[in-house]
Design a protein around this ligand. Structure first.
Ligand code: IPD
Ligand code: CA
Ligand code: CA
Length: 258
């Protein structure tokens, strides 16, 4: 496990350097995928290719699930699976040049073992797992307090809030405030660091795999917004929170459906 962790940390650092160099050189090519707001850059693709090469050189039997390069679906979850989001928050990456991250999760036999979220611009790597605890760079992260919804900030998907999907607006009203960062990884990092009481969104597996491992290792909860297990396949309405906030939001989400 130690060797695997050291390798992944090295890959995350190298990928971060590639991203910073591309920003510094102003070498971004931006394309759209499904619609005009669904952005992808040359850097997203290059970084995923980099991870795929490193992973297969390290573990030729491993499987890869990642957002780009046609690797976005997996039929079998046996053995070791690496789940990659080469740049999470691509819109922020393109328009803000900050508030994005790299994410990688390791699953074994269908169970999340390790998660890594790297805020490239801040130089902060959140990493860990159920059996080893969670660390910010080299410092152990304590389990956040079980803060109730009314006492914390709630991360939120803008479209779900605007449409009041699953009573998202009521959840937001009950919280101390609502934050919409446009980066799932940084929202989940915020939960792990006690800066968010929860997160409501519409996510693909690579958006929540790494953060999910980390927040669950810290005693927080996540599921589909209806309470069922996430499928790790396609986009799903996502709910996460401290145990207290999660239970309150789950009850609210079931009072109404869209
Ligand atoms: C997106 C971001 C965003 C979330 C979207 C994701 P991407 O990831 O995490 O916060 O609301 O659902 O697709 O496309 O920038 O990797
Ligand atoms: Ca993403
Ligand atoms: Ca992405």
């Amino acid at each position: 496990m130690q060797i695997l962790i050291s390798e992944i940390k090295y890959w995350m650092t190298e990928a971060g350097e590639m991203i910073k160099t591309a920003l510094f050189d102003d070498a971004l090519t931006v394309d759209t995928k499904s619609e005009r707001k669904d952005l992808v850059t040359n850097v997203d693709k290059i970084v995923q290719t980099y991870f795929a090469q490193k992973i297969l050189a390290f573990d030729p039997k491993a499987k890869i699930l990642g957002e780009e390069n046609g690797q976005d679906h997996l039929n079998k979850w046996n053995g070791r699976v690496f789940i990659i989001d080469p740049i999470d928050g691509t819109m922020n990456f393109v328009l803000e040049r900050e508030n994005f991250c790299i994410m990688l999760a390791v699953y074994e036999e269908g169970q999340g073992i390790l998660g890594f979220i790297y805020d490239v611009i801040k130089g902060q790597l959140l990493w860990g797992g159920r059996d080893i605890g969670v660390f910010l760079n080299e410092e152990r992260v304590p389990q956040p307090a079980n803060v109730s919804l009314k006492d914390g900030l709630l991360g939120m998907n803008a479209a779900m809030y605007a449409r009041n999907s699953h009573n998202a607006q009521i959840m937001g009203d009950r919280a101390m405030g609502v934050r919409m960062s446009g980066c799932a990884g940084l929202e989940l990092m915020g939960m792990a660091l006690g800066r968010r009481v929860g997160y409501v969104s519409n996510l693909a597996p690579w958006d929540y795999a790494a953060g999910g491992v980390l927040i669950e290792a810290l005693g927080m909860k996540m599921s589909h917004i209806t309470g069922r297990k996430l499928k790790l396949d396609g986009r799903e309405r996502f709910l996460a929170g401290t145990p207290s906030a999660y239970e309150e939001m789950l009850a609210l989400s079931q009072q109404n459906d869209d």
